[in-house]
Every structure is written in C-alpha cells, then in structure tokens.
Design a protein around this ligand. Structure first.
Ligand code: CU
Length: 94
C-alpha cells in the first residue's frame, strides 16, 4: 500500500513537471507603438508572472520581423515573452 502511494505521488509530480515545462504563459497587453524598422513594439502589459514583473509600459523586441505587420496600435494582444540574448522578446502572438 505504501509502495502504491509512493508510485502515485511520483507519477503526479512527474506529470506536474512536464506540464509546467511545456506550458506557455500568454500575457495580456495593448500595443502602444510599433517600430517595424527596429523590430520593436511598445506594449502596455499586465503583470508578467513568469518574469516576476508588475504591469507597466515597455519596449519588447520582436522575434520575427513579420510580427510588426500583424500588429496595429491600440490592439489588445496576448503574447509570450522570453529573454533572448538578454533582451525581452515577444516570441508568440495571438
Ligand atoms: Cu515590463
């Protein structure tokens, strides 16, 4: 019985670890300004839990220059941020 409990617990912990590794956190924000030439976007973002960052307005790099074409000022977006070469970069948009 104890063995079974131990196995079940380790299975749950393994699943939790896999889930957190694969889950992407989409943050919410509003596009304030787009700089297509510099591949940068200014976003009024809500709290970024993964980065332990409170809500603020700041500039992000765009992982793909084509992202600039998909954005318009004032648009509400959800986005995934990652640190690339020390710069906070928008990796995904939706
Ligand atoms: Cu910020």
């Amino acid at each position: 019985m104890k063995m079974l409990k131990t196995l079940t617990l380790s299975a749950i912990l393994t699943f939790a670890a896999l889930a957190s590794a694969s889950a992407e956190t989409f943050a919410k924000g509003v596009v304030k300004n787009i700089d297509a030439q510099a591949d940068k976007v200014t976003i009024i973002h809500e709290e970024l839990v993964d980065l332990d960052m409170p809500a603020m307005t700041m500039v992000f790099e765009l992982a793909d220059p084509e992202m600039a074409d998909a954005l318009s000022e004032g648009e509400e977006i959800e986005f995934v941020v990652a640190r690339v070469n020390g710069k906070l970069t928008v990796m995904k948009l939706r």
